[in-house]
Design a protein around this ligand. Sequence first.
Ligand code: F0G
Length: 378
Amino acid sequence: GNRYTGLIEKYRDRLPVSKDTRIISLGEGATPLIQLRNIPRELGKQADIYVKFEGLNPTGSFKDRGMTMAVTKAVEEGSRAIICASTGNTSASAAAYAARAGITCFVLIPDGKIALGKLAQAMIHGAVVIQIQGNFDAGMELVKQVAKEAPVTIVNSINPYRLQGQKTAAFEIIEELGRAPDYHCLPVGNAGNITAHWIGYCEYSSASGKNVTAACTFCQGQCAYAKGAVTGSRPKMIGYQAAGAAPFMRGAMVDNPETIATAIRIGHPQSWDQAWKVKEESGGWFDECTDEEILAVQKLLAEKEGVFCEPASATSVAGALRDIKSGKIPAGSQVVCTLTGHGLKDPDTAIKQSTGPLHKVKAELGAVKKTILDNLPR
Ligand code: F0G
């Protein structure tokens, strides 16, 4: 049948797997590309804005795209344990795929600064959770060191299979739009994801016979790509960082990163060189958003579009809206913003910044009716 069984099966011919590889999958990928309707209308600028809602992956973030590949290859290579440092989403994903594979998962997370939902995920999936008295960057260094002294496979984005899995998000976007967008905006932490997207766009737009003629194994020749309807263009890649954790804006590593967007509270990006290359090759840029801007746009997306993403994810849309308003992204452009994680990951931040009134009333018809009549649209 045509049952969707995850991105490795779908893009098998473009990923480093063989026909004998045992695939560890939770049905990741195939996330919706949602066209924004209400925000562009209010913006007063003509723009075609889509959000790729990666929060709808199995563990609620884009990490699953990379993790299905990383864990599949770790198991294939005989590894019995994986390890990662994480601001929360990588650890949630690693824990789930390790559970699926039947192997052990170690996660190093920063003390405190991790969203509650993410911690719950690592714990319920049975990962060995090591909370360090330090931030993500410190955890990452420790992971690299300990992996030299213990039999564990690193599944952070320095594992090249991670980026191979994550590049498939670009494939999906091209297939849906029938072309690459003009601009692709992402929140940037370690810069693995922006690099992975660029790899994906480059492979798809490549004029080489391999990439142009290989039919998708899943669509069986039905997608825009397989029909040859894809143009050769690639998007300008724009990476937005949180202002308190913006090493790409400073041009140097940042030692004490701070932001409400804990997912991207990173000062020492692992894909530093790659990210600069992506910016140069694509003709894009980096910019930063304040915590206030990030939270305002998280709320805007939830209230005006019905899309609930986590704070870090809103950074892509916050930056894009600003650049569309200023004209830096020209009117009429087609823009894709990646929403990297689901809002349910971080319920505390969502509740704290919600101004919508919670009405406490007696369990009586009169009280309930009054509240309704008082709050009907005028
Ligand atoms: N958005 C979210 C929700 C993330 O969790 C991350 C990274 C990013 C954006 C940035 O992606 O690092 O590829 O530039 N989270 C990692 C983690 C660090 O541990 O979950 P990047």
